[in-house]
Design a protein around this ligand. Structure first.
Ligand code: NDP
Length: 336
């Protein structure tokens, strides 16, 4: 199989903990270069992760001719310019969420990749989880009747090694809404196969985040078909556990431990007939995301989450931020 040679834009934790391995698990998947803004960190990161080339300049990463695709996992304010440069250089782009800090910027990334004829993926890993795929399928095949409500439990404790820019850099897109609610928005869209239309939110600064940022939020989203969904997201809650529920006219789907980076958790279908656990595979979420992305690069299908999916989740999260700030319901403009 033709290799897909990756350049990493950002010497990040998420690349180190999940994405480098997911790339290397693909037939032909190679990590050939890493770029950090700091030359010493680039070198150290390359050495620690067995990456042949280190650089501290985007032009050097993109210009050497050894990169087919880039994975952007820098802080959020940098995604836009890096994605535009990569598209211009003809590289496929897998970008972290949120794609950008405004809907207009995210749309310009989608447009730039379309024009350049390169694949754009948004790394919304959760739609790759067997649990969320099984829930989507159960809803599609009518097993809970008409979906009426969904509840997302995604209040977690931000580990010490990640207690940095998320907590004190509004300019970098810090705060729990752009970090976690954005994932909930995508997972809800995926599981319900529906788009959000309106959002009401309240945010909390519970003592961990600074600089006016929120470290917890409760958000209610109305979807086009009428389903209402609520989410609880936090950096500050140690013992809640995670979950995802969809309640329909004929049954409920109850998933536990599924808002996570690992292929774990359970889903139960509860109806008048009793409770049935749904069978789940255990493929890694990022491994599956990279498998789909590589297929898209070969011209076979689409990434698990594309550019427009990233625009939708960003638009929903920004509506939640605005609602929390103004105390009003905010419409989510449709992503064309
Ligand atoms: P990190 O804080 O680990 O990395 C972000 C940037 O911070 C890096 O690009 C790096 O800059 C800089 N940095 C990293 N370590 C150091 C250090 N020791 N000293 C100084 N600077 C450092 O962020 P995450 O990996 O947590 O997140 C990166 C992106 O990925 C974000 O967009 C986030 O939203 C997203 N994310 C997505 C997840 C998912 O599951 N889809 C999960 C976690 C994060 P430089 O490259 O210039 O060296």
């Amino acid at each position: 199989m033709k290799p897909v040679r990756w350049g990493l834009i950002g010497a990040s934790t998420i690349a180190r903990e999940h994405v480098i391995d997911a790339i290397r698990r693909q037939p032909g998947g190679e990590v050939v270069a890493v770029m950090s803004s700091d030359p010493a960190r680039a070198r150290d990161y390359a050495a620690a992760n067995g990456i042949p080339r280190a650089c501290s300049d985007l032009a050097a990463l993109l210009g050497a001719g050894d990169v087919d695709a880039v994975y952007i996992s820098t802080t959020n304010e940098l995604h836009l310019a890096q994605a535009l440069a990569a598209a211009k250089a003809g590289k496929h782009v897998l970008c972290e969420k949120p794609l950008a800090l405004t809907v207009a910027d995210a749309l310009s990334m989608v447009e730039a990749c379309r024009k350049a004829g390169v694949v754009l993926g948004t790394n919304h890993h959760l739609r790759n989880a067997a649990s969320h795929r099984a829930m989507r399928e159960a809803i599609r095949s009518g097993r809970i009747g008409k979906p009426l409500a969904a509840r997302v439990f995604h209040a977690v404790f931000l580990p010490a090694h990640l207690q940095g820019w998320r907590l004190d850099r509004p300019d970098a897109g810090g705060g729990v809404i752009l970090d976690i609610t954005v994932h909930d928005a995508d997972t809800l869209r995926f599981v319900l196969d529906d788009d959000p239309v309106e959002v009401v939110a309240m945010a909390q600064s519970g003592g961990m985040a600074r600089a006016g940022l929120e470290d917890a939020a409760m958000v209610t989203i109305r979807f086009a078909a009428g389903t209402i969904a609520q989410t609880h997201d936090a950096f500050t809650v140690k013992h809640a556990g995670t979950g995802f529920e969809v309640h329909g006219s004929e049954g409920s789907l109850i998933a536990r431990d599924v808002m996570t980076q690992r292929p774990i958790g359970t889903v139960i279908l509860r109806t008048a007939a009793g409770e049935t656990p749904l069978p789940l595979d255990d493929e890694g979420l990022y491994v599956r995301a990279l498998r789909q992305f590589h297929a898209a690069v070969r011209g076979e299908g689409q990434p698990a989450a594309g550019g427009r999916d990233g625009v939708w989740s960003l638009a929903t999260a920004l509506a939640a931020l605005e609602s929390a700030k103004t105390g009003r319901a905010v419409r989510v403009a449709p992503v064309a």
